[in-house]
Design a binder for this molecule. Structure first.
Ligand code: UGA
Length: 431
């Protein structure tokens, strides 16, 4: 199929590249010319394992191209995926102005039948607005349909998640759209859930909200474990081995972050409220997540007393391992809270250092590895569970620290082992 992808951010690049890999002809369009120039020179503006080589392969195979002229992308395609950003605004609602802008551009240039697919995460009823906007601004008599096809990939494993999904969700309002999307996903061995457009829009927000609810549930429980001396990892295992609950997304930590959960929960709360249902459960999920970050500062005071003037080594800044993404990363919020307390921060992350520098500037010290970050510190806090943080030379760490204190914000270490080595240890819901 001839497919256009509007927006070459994370969602657009993965969508375009993977559909090219499935044998389609893809045009990725973005009005940010510098991004398109970079892509045309072989660069990739985001870090995602495997993406760069897959882009190269498909560009070389003539199945993938990048252009900055959206009108040509619209004209040359049968299916158009809208993959532009839908960031949070101050009241938590999603800013849909980029979706509106693209809808108008499509309306201006539509020259034959198109299936227009929302891929960006959008609140329920956005599809109707897209339809209305195109109808209002359309000059030609060409027909079109709108569909919703949310993505469920995780950063760091997006390509695998695309190629081997648990399910594909398509929201359509007629057979023709359903058949086009089914054909497109035909090569993937997976279940296709077909519903109407609003259903698909809700499935996306509901999936992320449910996963975030699991995390906040286990994080809330971690506080009960802290107070009683139970071990949250054992509690999570005991709960999760019930197959109705399952063990996924039951890892207690310093809170969830990233570009999706925090934003999508707020947007879902907002749209529910607007529809007349105050979604109290999700408000609590969000609140627990904020509290979990504040608790780190409180626990540090219990561990090393006054924070002012103390040096804290931070291991990990990215919101999770295998990504350089620091959007809504708990580490960033926690570092900012600690700076306000007068703490000196020495930080290291295997891939997110450049992004951290652009966010935090010269407010903290950037280190070349975990050992440098630990040296002369009064405490090391683990914010991201990078694999390379798991096997380390503890003797070297201990000797270089001012006080041997480890705050394990991702529960990756064995408390008994660290205590045996002479460290004071504090985890999340385990001591
Ligand atoms: C999330 C969803 O998992 C994807 O299905 C979805 O497609 C994506 O959002 C999106 O909407 O685009 P992602 O943001 O890449 O994916 O990250 P996750 O792996 O889900 O992790 C989110 C946050 O939850 C991270 O900060 C992680 O550390 C935290 N987390 C996750 C926990 O604290 N505990 C867990 O058990 C699992």
């Amino acid at each position: 199929m001839n497919i256009s992808i509007i927006g070459t951010g994370y969602v657009g690049l993965v969508t375009g590249t993977c559909f090219a890999e499935l044998g389609n002809h893809i045009i990725c369009a973005d009005n940010d010319k510098s991004k398109i120039d970079m892509l045309n020179k072989g660069g990739v503006p985001i870090y995602e394992p495997g993406l760069e080589s897959l882009i190269k392969k498909n560009v070389a195979g003539g199945r993938l191209e990048f252009i900055s002229d959206i009108s040509n992308a619209v004209k040359a395609s049968d299916v158009i995926f809208i993959c532009v950003g839908t960031p949070s605004t101050d009241d938590g609602s999603a800013d849909l102005s980029a979706i509106e802008h693209v809808s108008r551009e499509i309306a201006k240039h539509i020259n034959s039948y198109k299936l227009i697919v929302e891929k960006s995460t959008v609140p329920v009823e956005t599809g109707e607005w897209v339809k209305k906007t195109i109808n209002e601004f359309k000059k030609s008599s060409a027909e079109f349909d709108v569909a919703s096809n949310p993505e469920f990939w995780r950063e760091g494993s997006a390509i695998d998640d695309f190629m081997k999904p648990d399910r594909v969700v398509i929201g359509v309002d007629n057979k023709k759209s359903e058949e086009i999307l089914k054909e497109l996903y035909g090569p993937l061995d997976t279940k296709i859930v077909v519903t109407n457009i609003k259903g698909a829009e809700i499935i996306k927000h509901a999936s992320n909200s449910f996963l975030a609810t699991k995390i906040s549930f286990i994080n809330a429980l971690s506080n009960i474990c802290d107070k009683t001396g139970a071990d949250i990892n054992a509690v999570a295992e005991g709960i999760g081995l019930d197959s109705r609950i399952n063990t996924h997304f039951l890892k207690a930590g310093v809170g969830f972050g990233g570009s999706c959960f925090p934003k999508d929960i707020k947007a879902f709360i907002y749209i529910a409220e607007k529809l007349g249902y105050p979604f109290g459960l999700l408000k609590e999920v969000d609140k627990i997540n904020e509290l979990q970050k504040k608790n780190v500062v409180k626990k540090l005071k219990d561990l090393i007393w006054n924070l002012k003037g103390k040096v804290i080594g931070v291991w990990g800044i990215a919101f999770k391992p295998d990504t350089d993404d620091i959007r809504s990363a708990p580490a960033i919020d926690i570092i900012k809270m600690l700076l306000e307390e007068g703490v000196k921060i020495k930080a290291f992350d295997p891939v997110a250092m450049d992004r951290a520098k652009s966010e935090l500037g010269d407010k903290i010290t950037y280190c070349k590895d975990i050992y440098e970050a630990a040296a002369s510190s009064d405490c090391v806090i683990v914010m991201t569970e990078w694999n390379e943080f798991k096997e380390i030379d503890w003797k070297k760490v201990k000797e270089s620290m001012h006080q041997p204190v480890i705050f394990d914000g991702r529960n990756i270490y064995n408390p008994a082992k660290l205590k045996e080595l002479g460290f004071k240890y504090c985890g999340i819901g385990r001591r």
